[in-house]
Design a protein around this ligand. Sequence first.
Ligand SMILES: Nc1ncnc2c1ncn2[C@@H]1O[C@H](COP(=O)(O)OP(=O)(O)O)[C@@H](O)[C@H]1O
Ligand SMILES: [Mg+2]
Length: 245
Amino acid sequence: MSSSPLLEVRRLSRSFEKNHPILKEVSFSLSQGSWTILAGTNGSGKTVLMNHLNGLEKPDQGEVLFRGQKIRSMGDEIRRKVGLVFQNSDLQFVEQTVERELAFGPQNLKLPKEEIRQRIEQVKDELGLEEFMNRRPHSLSGGEKKRVAIGGILAMEPELLVLDEPFTGLDWNGVNQVLHTLIELHKKGMTILLITHDLGKCAAHADRLILMGDGEIGMTGTVEEVLPHVEKWGVRKPEGLTWLK
Ligand SMILES: Nc1ncnc2c1ncn2[C@@H]1O[C@H](COP(=O)(O)OP(=O)(O)O)[C@@H](O)[C@H]1O
Ligand SMILES: [Mg+2]
């Protein structure tokens, strides 16, 4: 337990308007290889918090540390280490084919052509995207789009994958595709932070659960420890807790 966590958030505060804090001294940490769910009602500050985890947004107070290093001293490197998968995949896509979409991140990193090719191959196989490579990302189903969006981030080889409400708008099949993808990535050692207001779909697969309410961290612990208390933070309890591992 002596080594520093992969990511640590220390007393992070942020407001957009005076006297109206959106994040209030938020602290938590993520250990390497863990799968953590960050749950909270709409408007509790989850998305704003996510945008601070790779330096996209700057806090008023507090720090984010990656492997013990303050991310504001890491420059652009942190964007690669912490990959954010935004809620709306359509807004994340910039290219006309899935293949080019997967190449976009590595190209921006100015990696050698051969390295880019290898990364695309790997992500394609890892996420089962073979049959979509020449399709337009916007033409895919919800679950396929989300897999491509995840693939585009994985192609930059992040050490932490953060997903904002990845199940929103997906049908049952889409949810299963995305869940399966996350389960496989977790098995291979990827550290995952899954942001959701809907625990039913994912609670059984995660290790840790963080509850957020009104810009503050409510409770942190194992899924088993925290799950009985979620309703105090306005999060619906998944039905049939017995199916939990
Ligand atoms: N750029 C912004 N300017 C002002 N207020 C914002 C901005 N972004 C988010 N907020 C406010 O911060 C609060 C938390 O938003 P958000 O993080 O999106 O919640 P969640 O993702 O938990 O649903 C909301 O009240 C929202 O209106
Ligand atoms: Mg949100």
